[in-house]
Design a protein around this ligand. Structure first.
Ligand SMILES: Nc1ncnc2c1ncn2[C@@H]1O[C@H](COP(=O)(O)OP(=O)(O)O)[C@@H](O)[C@H]1O
Ligand SMILES: CC(=O)OP(=O)(O)O
Ligand SMILES: [Mg+2]
Length: 396
């Protein structure tokens, strides 16, 4: 019988999962992976074995009644039914916010769950999605170890000058600071760089994690020194349904002058803005926008690329120059027009794209004369979670 680890990665638009077989010494072989995408609209459930052979492909016309809970249960039941001779030894979870106190992966206990629940207001779109399956599994399988892996953890290496807000000191004591997110994704990319691009592993690199949520991370020698997301997953780039950086004066104005309630503003910022809002409600999904003939879709796409380039300029300053740019996550890995638009805006930095390599989605998409090496690397948050989970269960 082989031991296996299940990973669950609940994002804002998808639930991704994977099953890894544990070999000795400490190798993790992918057994299957899958996802439910468009969880809030028309859920689409797919899974593949390690060779990419499809195991399931189901669509549900409407989001499940009762939110994501029935979808989590479906994934867990389906995975258990496909375990075969494997024995599940642990489940690892992506948990978006670890707050100030959780800088390393941790075994789930009732105390940890209560602490993570208390920081839900800092990540209202994600934390409930992350904690719900932990609770469901704890109730159904109380003896099965679970490990929480935090999206904020990788950024604990940021210097104070990058994590501090210019607020009075007492607010910093209330843990109001910039945390950064998508840390498991950045850790996954940083862990691949020594093999894929050794010079970049030692250099100054911006990683663009462009999914439904989107952010940039400045890596120096593989460590995060700055990132575009802050206290919450609202800051920085334009995202599927979030505006990214917004003058806080707008929020005061909406509350004080336009009579909006705090929860209406929350809904506006987390669910109605970004690509969805700017496109006039066409879609938060980049595929739909790239295919749409509506000029508002093109304006949303243009703003998305403009803001990536603008923030990349800022992070280049944080890094003191730029050696590499890496695109990853749903849009970064699969949307050549977005990569082209960003690279064109960064030509002043010495970025020269190889258009054919970009269209093919090659690993290296910059031209030989480019001063900045531009790469596409598939993020593997699932393997990162599995590694942390294995290390955590072996320690105890
Ligand atoms: N072939 C594609 N072309 C353009 N965009 C794509 C493609 N495939 C996926 N995407 C986009 O990737 C985004 C989802 O990215 P993903 O990293 O899976 O998100 P999350 O993990 O935040 O749920 C969506 O906007 C989707 O439209
Ligand atoms: C932190 C965050 O925005 O995550 P996601 O991209 O999964 O929405
Ligand atoms: Mg994601």
């Amino acid at each position: 019988m082989t031991e296996a680890i299940l990973t669950l990665n609940a994002g804002s638009s998808s639930l991704k999962f994977a099953l890894f077989r544990v070999g000795r010494p400490d190798t993790l072989a992918l057994a299957l992976r899958g996802e439910i995408e468009a969880i809030a609209a028309h859920p689409h459930f797919q899974a593949w074995d390690a060779d990419g052979k499809a195991l399931v492909d189901e669509r549900w016309p409407d989001a499940a009644a009762g939110g994501s809970q029935p979808l989590f249960e479906k994934v867990i039941d389906w995975t258990e039914a496909h375990l075969g001779p494997d024995r599940l030894i642990a489940v690892g979870h992506r948990v978006v916010h670890g707050g100030p106190d959780h800088a390393e992966p941790e075994r789930v206990t009732p105390e940890l769950l209560a602490a993570l629940d208390r920081i839900t207001p800092l990540a209202p779109l994600h934390q409930p999605q992350n904690l719900a399956p932990i609770r469901a599994i704890a109730a159904a399988r109380p003896d099965l170890p679970q490990v929480a892996c935090f999206d904020t953890a990788f950024h604990h290496t940021m210097p104070a000058v990058a994590s501090r807000f210019a607020l009075p000191r007492e607010y910093e004591a209330m843990a109001i600071r910039r945390y950064g997110f998508h840390g498991l994704s950045y850790e996954s990319i940083a862990s691949r760089l020594p093999d894929l691009a050794p010079a970049l592993a030692r250099g100054r690199v911006i990683v663009a994690h462009l999914g439904n949520g989107a952010s940039l991370c400045a890596l120096n020698h593989g460590r995060s020194i700055d990132t575009t997301m802050g206290f919450s997953a609202l800051d920085g780039l334009v995202m599927g349904t979030r505006p990214g950086t917004l003058d806080p004066g707008v929020i005061l104005y909406l509350l004080q002058e336009r009579g909006m309630t705090a929860s209406e503003v929350e809904d506006l910022l987390y669910r109605r803005s970004g690509l969805l809002g700017v496109s006039g409600g066409i879609s938060s999904d980049m595929r739909t926008l790239l295919e749409s003939p509506d000029p508002r879709a093109a304006e949303a796409v243009d703003l998305f690329a403009y803001r990536i380039a603008r923030e990349a300029g800022g992070l280049t300053s944080s890094l003191g120059g730029l050696d590499g740019l890496v695109f990853t996550a749903g849009i970064g890995e699969h949307a050549p027009p977005i990569r082209a638009a960003v690279c064109q805006r960064l030509e002043w930095l010495g970025v020269v794209l190889d258009p054919a390599a970009n269209e093919r989605g090659d690993a290296l998409i910059s031209a030989p004369q480019s001063r900045v090496e531009v790469r596409v690397i598939a993020t593997d948050e699932e393997r990162m979670i599995a590694r942390h989970t294995l290390a955590s269960v072996e320690q105890t």
